[in-house]
Design a protein around this ligand. Structure first.
Ligand code: NAD
Ligand code: 89V
Length: 345
């Protein structure tokens, strides 16, 4: 490990950024030396959690005044492009929240700017780092069920996401863009890139602006057919929020990631082994968010370890472009009622 901690700044000090700050505070090797938010009240409120950090309401001024190693952007998507470009021009590494870009053209522009200025770009795509999801990915990659041919990644909940994130009720593109981007990313982490995709959407909750249910069928390039389905309109006695449930069928067995963090490994002879793959909840986490909060810590730990070894993150800008392309293709498919070939970098 480098002797001096990396100097980071958190930009956007709202609801989710507190998880990122607390995860940084749990990691040796990083100091969050500055906080930046364009809303002075939010900034003052948030600064209570990192009293030693400098505070800025303008990222450009912060980048001019401070020597930083990286910025961690936790603003809404509309602010990502200007902030990522500022970071690239300032020569600092960048971590940026999902959804990364408003359009694929913006995503390309940001990726190119970071490459041109030799700046590391990571998208904070944390769902593939959730402990149960990661255990499923690793068992599949280790070949325990042979070659996969079918998969399902399912996130169905009636959890009131609008209470802490009221903007989700107002956006005309809701569940595919906000949550589907995570679940589609899990499908890519499991089964690889996608040749064709078909999607149907619904709006069940009448008071929101966008779609709150979507079902996507994907033909992956390496031969897996997967169904990725997600809903915020599903009423269940034991709501699994925020768990993604996974099924994978392979030619030598099957994996089933069930609710309550149980991973079943079925072999070809009718035997099943059940593993406990529950996340270890950080001290600062709270129910029901702890699987997500732990994944923030894992993603940031992974980023730090890669950064110290000079390696790109698994969810680098180019990788995330290919996930975001699935989001765009899903909306296009739902509107046109046809199968779509997603863009690819
Ligand atoms: P929020 O509205 O609570 O916070 C965003 C903050 O950014 C606000 O305080 C706002 O004033 C600030 N901001 C906006 N533009 C800015 C700018 N140019 N410079 C400085 N500050 C600026 O939103 P949130 O719920 O915290 O979501 C933020 C991002 O995190 C979104 O992209 C959202 O999709 C994402 N998110 C990710 C996860 C996850 O699990 N990865 C979960 C929730 C939210
Ligand atoms: O993870 C997220 O992006 C959140 C939520 C889980 C509510 O969809 O917005």
């Amino acid at each position: 490990m480098e002797s001096k901690p990396l100097r980071g700044a958190l930009i956007g000090c709202g609801f989710f950024a507190l998880n990122q700050l607390r995860a940084w505070q749990d990691l040796d090797g990083v100091d969050i030396v500055a906080l930046c938010d364009s809303d002075p009240e939010r900034l003052a409120e948030f600064a209570r959690y990192a009293p030693e950090a400098g505070t800025f309401s303008d990222a450009q001024i912060m980048l001019r005044e401070l020597e930083l190693d990286f910025i961690d952007i936790a603003t809404p998507t509309s602010a990502h492009k200007p902030l990522v470009l500022m970071g690239a021009w300032a020569g600092v590494d960048i971590i940026c929240q999902k959804p990364f870009a408003a359009t694929l053209d913006d995503a390309r522009l940001m990726i190119d700017a970071c490459a041109e200025h030799n700046v590391g770009l990571t998208v904070h795509e944390n769902f593939r780092w959730q402990a149960p999801v990661r255990a499923t990915i690793e068992h599949l990659r280790n070949g325990v069920i042979g070659t996969p041919f079918f998969g399902r990644v399912s996130f169905r909940s009636g959890f009131d996401v609008y209470r802490l994130q009221p903007y989700l009720a107002k956006t005309p593109r809701f569940i595919i863009e906000d949550l589907g981007v995570h679940v589609l990313d899990i499908a890519r982490a499991l089964f690889g890139d996608v040749a064709r995709l078909t999607c149907e959407t619904r709006r069940i909750n009448p008071v929101i602006a966008g779609e709150d249910v979507a079902t996507v069928m994907l033909a992956h390039e390496q031969g897996v057919t997967s169904v990725v389905d997600f809903s915020y309109a599903t009423r269940l006695a034991n709501d699994p929020f925020p768990q993604s449930l996974i099924e994978v069928d392979g030619d030598r067995g099957s994996l089933r990631l069930l609710a309550d963090f149980r991973l079943q490994i079925h072999d070809a002879h009718g035997h099943v082994e059940t593993l406990d793959v529950a996340p270890v909840a950080p001290a600062w986490s709270d129910a029901p968010w702890f699987p997500i909060q732990e994944s923030v810590l894992r993603l940031q730990r992974e980023w730090l370890s890669n950064r110290l070894r000079g390696q790109a993150s698994e969810t680098c800008g180019v990788d995330n472009f290919n996930t975001q392309a699935l989001v765009e293709a899903a909306y296009e498919s739902a509107v046109k009622g046809m199968t779509v070939v997603p863009a690819r970098l």
